[in-house]
Design a protein around this ligand. Structure first.
Ligand code: NAD
Ligand code: MG
Length: 386
């Protein structure tokens, strides 16, 4: 029987965070126990989660929300931490074994960095961290001997398929994409789409930012970059195929031409659990694939003209350096402006293109340079006029 592992969930009130808690509930404290939960401002849900899971700490990065919790945790044995320092302190506590990194956006980088620095195993959902600082993050993980395990379903699939061969035997990885809610549409048809239409994803239930990214295909762009750093692949080794059913989560082709795929119904609890129990496999709360009902699985090339974000991802993956930080920050700012109805859907790639072209490129940036590039790209998109 494996030892009981103490888990911190960063972003526990989000879509991935809730699924992670569902995995822990199913485990019934046999292998995994929540010792820390963190969110930005959703204090009511965080208190509910604390009452159920009885962690050692809860943390809110927004101090005003933290002040509302005051007193409500008295006598529960749970300590409240506040601000970004609270997250850093929590992930570095000696009794923490594993950290689920599920904050959305570059805001998740600091606490993910802190966890790796302290040598904790990180189950990484927060792809933006690798998009911004891939080479620095993977170097830190290696230096601290901190396992960095993918939660993103495509990367979990690749990680699982890679167990079929040696790294030198890999020819390429093929990331699958559902195509999002606008698959098959033309650019004209996308001109006037509203946030409500873009938020309706056909196969996955997720937070608003990644749902918009799935509609523009920026999510796949970020995942291409994530795959490059996570698996140490060359730019020419990564491809994307559209697969609307979201059953094949990705594939790896080996040098002999054999293609290994990972299949399961679309449910994030499986990749989250695998990242937490690896190298073991145990019973999981997500539904099973029922092949007896008959399946039609489709694969088609992505429409790169209608969805220019995908090409931006490939370009940024090839360039490396500060390009990822610029693209990611520009996209976060553009998605926010689209959701606020200030810019149109098709303006998202345009604003990203502009921020990427104007940024001061540095091929070997430090963490502080990446922070500066991030801040400038956000300002640029905030001022950007369609
Ligand atoms: P979400 O919006 O549902 O949840 C975000 C969580 O992060 C919330 O708990 C929120 O309180 C917290 N948070 C937001 N900003 C914060 C900040 N500045 N400081 C501290 N906490 C903050 O998002 P999600 O869909 O769960 O996605 C989380 C991450 O996982 C993203 O990076 C996303 O790309 C990735 N991911 C999500 C899915 C999915 O199915 N939802 C799949 C693959 C990868
Ligand atoms: Mg994914």
């Amino acid at each position: 029987m494996a030892d009981l592992q103490n888990v911190v969930i960063l972003g526990s009130t989000g879509s991935i965070g809730r699924s992670a808690l569902s995995v822990l509930e199913h485990d019934c404290g046999r292998r995994l126990r929540a010792v820390g939960l963190a969110a930005r401002s959703s204090w009511r849900e965080l208190i509910d989660q604390a009452r159920t899971h009885r962690p050692r700490w809860v943390a809110l990065t927004d101090p005003d929300s933290a002040s509302l919790v005051d007193g409500q945790l008295r006598g529960t044995g749970t300590e409240l931490l506040s601000g970004r320092d609270g997250l850093v302190r929590m992930v570095q506590e000696p009794e923490v074994d594993k950290v689920v990194s599920a904050i959305v956006g570059a805001a998740g980088l600091e606490s993910t960095w802190a966890a790796l620095e302290a040598g904790k195993a990180v189950a990484l959902a927060n792809k933006e961290t690798l998009v911004v600082g891939g080479p620095l993050i993977t170097a830190l993980a290696r230096e601290r001997n901190a396992p960095l395990l993918p939660v993103d379903s495509e990367h979990s699939a690749i990680f699982q398929c890679l167990r079929s061969g040696e790294p030198r035997e890999v020819r390429r990885v093929i990331l699958t994409s559902s195509g999002g809610p606008f698959r098959g549409k033309t650019r004209r048809e996308l001109e006037g789409v509203t946030p409500e239409q873009a938020l309706r994803h056909p196969t996955w239930q997720m937070g608003p930012k990644i749902t918009i990214d799935s509609a523009t295909l920026m999510n796949k762009a970020l995942e291409v970059i994530e795959a490059r750093w996570l698996f140490d692949l060359g730019p020419e080794q990564i491809e994307v195929v559209v697969h609307p059913e979201s059953v094949v989560h990705s594939m790896v082709e080996f040098v002999d031409g054999s293609v290994i795929a990972q299949l399961s119904p679309p449910d994030m609890r499986l990749p989250i659990q695998y990242a937490l129990t690896y190298p073991d496999r145990v019973d999981c709360p997500s539904p099973r694939l029922d092949l007896s009902r008959g399946w039609d699985l489709h694969f088609e090339p992505p429409d790169r003209e209608t969805f220019p974000c995908l090409e931006l991802g490939f370009e940024v993956m090839r360039r490396g350096g500060t390009a990822g930080a610029a693209l990611n920050a520009a996209n976060e700012a553009a998605v926010k402006r689209f959701l606020d109805r200030e810019i149109a859907f098709l303006d998202i790639p345009r604003a990203c293109r502009a921020a990427l072209d104007h940024h001061e490129y540095d091929p070997r940036p430090s963490l502080s340079t990446l922070g500066a590039v991030d801040a400038r790209a956000r300002q640029e998109v905030a001022r950007w006029v369609p």
